[in-house]
Design a protein around this ligand. Structure first.
Ligand code: PLP
Length: 376
């Protein structure tokens, strides 16, 4: 089976596995325990924190370990709901992950303002600048790169604009880290990330928070993480996250070759299937993601099922609730009709994906297109 669903989760990298196993065996203590065995675990955890901070360009104590990005994202809105005035608004892009959208709505309800995006999937920076001047929101949240389309957002400019207006900026960098350089993420006040999208273990993530003043924790029950997140720390997970990121960062110099493979696939796809359209085709996109609107067939689910039968795992990028697929809110926000959105497939590769894998994917899509063509 060829795997093109890395944006959902990625296979465990051998380096992550080794780091996790070694750390689990070596650091058997609880980092909060007063004995030397606990102390060793604590030191290893702090070393991992320090290394991650260097990658992001922030201070080590600004990193809070979490169970993953969903928790980190919820924590952000929990914090602001507890600290902002009761009439404060929050601005989130219309293409955020549900863990941002739903927690923002949970805590702020109608005070959530949605930053519009173009048909090409990039946020409207002019709208945001006007909003900053007019309403001065409590926090702005825009992801670094979108999980459905791979389209890169102007997060560095947003960080600058927010700084100018003294507004906190939160960037969900889940799909960015380990695929692009992370060293400028320190310009964002808050950053979330996790390990499992790039070959690290599941169940470990982080929140980088450089806000001044009191941090309002979402999870209570212990003084861990300097009272910012209770619960015994996942030492092996944190160590494996850092080891995975180090391994991925070492590959960033070869990103051009990855872009080339993606670009070859895209140009062949649109030339061989003229009805196919690349979502946000003219925009800067992650090297690993292609979202393509494919020709009309009876039911979109069949594209995925057909490709699965041919031996490639891809995704629709749709929201799936109670077994029923809804059109992706990301694509709807980009003014795709539900019908158009229903025909979008997402192909997301990993660092280990080869040129041959992309070629096989293309062949399978062509075969599927033949077989799924509606009978006239
Ligand atoms: N943010 C984005 C952009 C994502 O793609 C995901 C995962 O799909 C998440 C947040 C949630 O991450 P986790 O699985 O670590 O909770």
């Amino acid at each position: 089976m060829i795997y093109f669903d890395h944006n959902a989760t990625a296979p465990l990298h051998p380096i992550a596995r080794q780091a996790w196993l070694e750390a689990s065996e070596k650091f058997i203590g609880n980092p909060s325990s007063p004995h030397r065995i606990g102390g060793r675990a604590d030191m290893a955890l702090e070393e991992a924190r320090h290394k991650l901070a260097i990658m992001i360009g922030c201070l080590a104590h600004e990193i809070v370990w979490t169970s993953g990005a969903t928790e980190s994202n919820n924590q952000v809105f929990h914090h602001f709901a507890s600290t902002l005035p009761s009439d404060a608004t929050v601005c989130i892009s219309a293409i955020e992950h549900p863990s941002v959208v739903e927690s923002a709505v949970h805590y702020f309800g109608k005070r959530v303002r949605s930053i519009p995006v173009s048909r090409n999937g990039v946020i409207d920076l002019d709208w945001l600048v006007e909003e900053l001047a007019l309403r001065r929101p409590g926090v702005v949240a825009v992801m670094a790169a979108n999980n459905v389309t791979g389209i890169i957002q102007p997060w560095e400019q947003i960080a600058e604009e927010c700084r100018r207006w003294g507004v906190a900026f939160f960037c969900d960098a889940v799909q960015w880290i380990g695929k692009e350089w992370a060293s400028k993420l320190h310009t964002c006040d808050l950053v979330s990330g996790c390990a499992h999208k790039i070959g690290g273990p599941r169940g470990i993530g982080f929140l980088k928070c450089s806000l001044k003043g009191e941090f309002k924790p979402m999870i209570y029950g212990g003084p861990q993480e300097e009272n910012r997140r209770a619960g015994t720390e996942n030492v092996a997970g944190a160590i494996a996250l850092v080891a995975t990121l180090e391994a991925r960062n070492a590959l960033l110099g070869t990103m051009d070759a990855q872009h080339q493979m993606r670009d070859n696939f895209v140009s062949q796809l649109v030339s061989e299937i003229p009805e196919a359209e690349i979502v946000g085709g003219s925009e800067r996109t992650l090297w690993n993601t292609v979202a393509a609107r494919l020709p009309e067939i009876d039911c979109r689910q069949r594209w995925v099922v057909k490709l699965d039968k041919f031996g490639v795992a891809v995704s629709t990028g749709s929201a799936c609730s109670s077994g029923k697929e809804e059109p992706s809110p990301v694509l709807l926000a980009m003014s795709y009709t539900p019908g158009e959105a229903g025909r979008v497939l997402r192909f997301s590769s990993g660092w280990e994906t080869t040129e041959k894998d992309w070629e096989i994917l293309l062949e399978c899509i062509k075969r599927a297109a033949e077989e799924l063509r509606p009978v006239p």
